[in-house]
Design a protein around this ligand. Structure first.
Ligand code: C2E
Ligand code: CA
Ligand code: CA
Ligand code: CA
Length: 275
């Protein structure tokens, strides 16, 4: 990879070269991957700190590639999106998640991440709806998480797609809230039911009054717009107490539970109940 600078070829920074090679390797492995066996989901609890209960579990994808080993979703999701493999991957994962939900307590919700590509056409939305219907799971137990940056291209299409998903019963969460460029116009134009405040605000809570003020303002906004609000990435008791003191109820983070296999949820629930 070469860039031209004053007529002379200069190499990109070595880490950029490495990133390109990695991307190519991930793409190649992904094209050959057996999605049904190489991918699985872990589930991270979302808790109601006021009621001391688990509300939902967010499904988080994991890939064990026979050639590359464990690959993080931060690496393979963007590659899957660019190579057009994301639609198949999402369908395989959603089917697995819906299957897992069968074994959970009846009122626990499933929060499932969608890529913007997954809702880019009426056909792809229909495919998701068909999976939910076929599963027999009560659709109102499902939350679809979408990120604002991914939807940037066409808000009108995004609004129609999300409305179609919602008409079946699921609700929509706007993920990573506060990190995009147009959070507020998204709120106005998309049929969103809940916001997930990005982890970066929580990370900066310690000794940073601005971050707490921003969290407070988002909570106010949610109250006025009747949106549920979830804070992500809560790692310490101090953070939890500070967030609770400004009115946060729903939280997610390593403090409460790391992403776990569905088979560990029963034991986790028993532990929470006995606490
Ligand atoms: P996300 O949707 O914002 O998910 C939250 C990420 O933060 C997860 O990383 C989770 O493991 C991590 N996390 C949770 N609590 C804490 C904490 O207390 N501290 C820290 N440091 N991290 C915490 P993960 O599993 O690596 O996923 C990364 C991203 O990949 C996700 O961010 C999401 O955007 C994407 N992703 C994961 N699974 C899927 C999927 O099935 N479909 C799609 N489209 N995207 C997915
Ligand atoms: Ca998410
Ligand atoms: Ca997030
Ligand atoms: Ca994210």
């Amino acid at each position: 990879a070469k860039a031209f600078h004053r007529g002379k070829a200069v190499l990109f920074a070595p880490d950029h070269e490495a990133a390109l090679r990695r991307h190519a390797a991930v793409e190649q492995a992904l094209r050959r991957a057996d999605l049904a066996t190489e991918f699985h989901l872990l589930y991270q609890p979302i808790v109601d700190v006021a009621g001391g209960q688990v509300e939902a579990y967010e499904a988080l994808a994991r890939w064990n590639s026979p050639t590359l080993g464990a690959v993080s979703p931060a690496d393979f999701i963007p590659v899957a999106e660019r190579s057009g493999l994301i639609l198949d991957l999402t369908r395989v994962l959603l089917a697995k998640a819906l299957d897992a939900v069968r074994g959970w307590p009846a009122d626990r919700r499933l929060s499932f991440n969608l890529s913007a590509h997954d809702i880019a056409t009426p056909e792809s939305v229909e495919a998701l709806i068909a999976l939910v219907v076929a599963s027999g799971i009560d659709p109102s137990r499902i939350v679809f998480e979408v990120t604002e940056t991914g939807l940037m291209r066409d808000l009108g299409d995004a609004r129609r797609a999300l409305s179609a998903l919602k008409s079946l019963g699921p609700c929509i969460a706007l993920d990573d809230f506060g990190t995009g460029y147009s959070s507020l116009s998204y709120l106005k134009r998309l049929p969103v039911d809940r916001l997930k405040i990005d982890r970066s605000f929580v990370t900066q809570l310690d000794g940073d009054e601005t971050s707490l003020a921003i969290v407070r303002a988002i909570l106010d906004l949610c109250r006025h717009l009747s949106l549920d609000c979830i804070v992500e990435g809560v790692e310490t008791t101090e953070q939890m107490l500070l967030l609770r003191s400004v009115g946060c109820r729903s939280m997610q983070g390593y403090l409460f539970g790391k992403p776990m296999p569905s088979g560990e949820i029963a034991a986790f629930e028993a532990m929470v109940a006995g606490r």
